[in-house]
Design a protein around this ligand. Sequence first.
Ligand SMILES: Cc1cc2nc3c(=O)[nH]c(=O)nc-3n(C[C@H](O)[C@H](O)[C@H](O)COP(=O)(O)O)c2cc1C
Length: 218
Amino acid sequence: MSKKPLIPPSPSAEAYRADEDQGEVFTGNDPLALFLDWFDLARKKEPNDANAMALATVDPDGAPNVRMVLLKDIDAGGLTFFTNLESAKGSELAVRPKAALCFHWKSIRRQVRFRGPVEPVDAAEADAYFATRARDAQIGAWASTQSRPMEGRFALEKEVAKQAARFGLGKVPRPPHWSGFRLSPVEIEFWVNRPFRLHDRLQFRRAGEGWKALKLYP
Ligand SMILES: Cc1cc2nc3c(=O)[nH]c(=O)nc-3n(C[C@H](O)[C@H](O)[C@H](O)COP(=O)(O)O)c2cc1C
């Protein structure tokens, strides 16, 4: 007998009425400042990884691909994350340097989406971030041929031991195949849960040096 997955039913009217109505949470007209405001709240409320975001890319056949990465920097220039350049995402971005990012903070029931072109960060920036990683994570970046088939966990552990022995007590340099990307947003959308699925959405589109704000139907 097949077991049905325990997918929650659509909320009842009572459940919707009990939903917290967060009211007006779209403050100001600067999307970066608004994101930082929301992120600050998410950092306090999320049990872990408030900086985790889904990164969507497109493969050479035009098929989308998505996975989580960690936001490591954000400023007017864009959002930065780090990865293995020879991974699926690295190869996809090398061919089609455009992407989308999506944060979903369950604890505060908010979502933020970004779309835009992506550029590699420069070597100095990648070196500076790599230097802040724990030594074992630095060794891991050398040991893992990310996204390629692995015989088993033992193969990875053997490679970790080999790389650890290679560097001994010395500094672990950044591998040439490991660096970062920065997405410069041309579109940013803020979404907040409201009762009865009548959510609020605010989209910003690049307009010259500034942004044009648009409310969207939920
Ligand atoms: C919360 C979370 C954060 C992650 N952060 C990163 C990251 O910053 N960089 C990275 O390369 N992979 C990260 N990963 C692993 C990726 O989701 C993915 O498994 C890996 O990068 C291979 O993706 P690809 O084959 O599409 O290139 C993270 C996974 C999770 C669940």
